[in-house]
Design a protein around this ligand. Sequence first.
Ligand code: PMP
Length: 355
Amino acid sequence: MNFDLTNILRPHILTLTPYASARDEYEGTEGIFMDANENPIGSITPQPYNRYPDPYQVAIKQKLAAIRQVRTDQIFLGNGSDEAIDLLIRATCTPRQDEIILLPPTYGMYEVSASINDVPLVKVPLTPDFGVDLPAVLEAVEAHPRAKLIFFCSPNNPTGNRLRDEDILRVLDVFPGLVVVDEAYIDFAQGPGFVSRLEAYPNLVVLQTFSKAWGLASLRLGMAFASPALIAILNKLKPPYNINGVTQQLVGESLDNLTSVEKMVGEILRQRDGLRGQLAELPVVRHVYPSDANFLLVKVQDARAVYHFLVNRKIIVRDRSNVKLCEGCLRISVGTAEENRQLLAALREFGAASA
Ligand code: PMP
C-alpha cells in the first residue's frame, strides 16, 4: 500500500501557518531575554519559574530517542497521551464527514475525543475473548473509505489483554489511514511493542505514557511516536508550551533512572499475579481475565453490589458492568501488597455477608 499523509490530513491543516512563539524565533539559552513578556525579576515561588519552557522539549526527546531507539523527529510529547489522541483526530478528521474505527470495549477517551470533534465512529467489537475480529475489521476498512484513524489499544483497557501483533500488522498493510497503537500499558507486557516498526509503516502511530509504569500520572506527559512528517504536523497544532517546565525537568531526571522503573514494574507484576490467584479463589469471583497490564478485569457475582460494598469501605475500583462484553465486571488496578490485602479481605467479608 502506498501511504500518502497528504491524503489523510485535513486540507486546511496542510497549509496552516502555526503560531511562532518567542522561543521559536531565538533558540539560545544565554542573553538578555526581552522577547516573551516574562517577569524579569523572578517568581513568587522559591524556585524560579518565570521563563517559558522549551516548546519542543529537546532535552527529554534526546534521552527518550536513545532509550526507545528512534530519532528525536519521530517523537511528539503531549499533555498526557490524551492530548495526542485529540490532536490526531483534529489533524485528520473533518467533522461529520470523516470517520474513526474503534474496537470496543476499549479506552473511553477515543470516543469522547471523537464526539468533541463531531467525528462519527465505526465500531467493530472485539470477540468475546477480547481479540480483534479481523474479518469484521477488514470489512469495515473496505466499507468506510472515509475512515482516517483506527485505534488499537494493546494491552487493552479495560480488558487487560494484549492484542495479536499479526492482526494489527494486517490492518497496517491495508488501511489507508493512520493506525494508532495505544501502548499505555506496554511496560507491563512481555515482548517488544510497535515502536520498532515505525520505519516499515509510515501510517503507524504508537502512543505511550509516563502515567503508568513511570508513576508520573500527575505530571501529565504522553508520547506519540510516528513518521517525522506526522510529528511535524502535531507540533504545528499543539499549544506552544504544552509541556510545562516542572514536568520537563522531572521527567528529564527520571529518564536517567530506568532501573527504578524496572523495579517498580517488577513489584507491580508480582502483586498482579498474586492478586489474580487469590481473587480467583474467592466465591464472589466468577472469573479473573488474564492481564498484560497493571490492572485486572474481574467478573463477580452482582458487580454493582460489590462495587458499593467496596466504596463503603473506601476501596474504589472501576465498575465496568455496563460496558458491552464486560457485563458483571469490575476493573481493579493493582495496589500495593497492603492495599491488595485489604481489597481481598473486603471481598471475603462481602462473600460472608451475602452467603
Ligand atoms: N491510553 C490508555 C489506554 C489509557 O488507559 C490512558 C489512561 N487511563 C491513557 C491513554 C491516557 O494516559 P495519559 O493521558 O495519562 O498519558
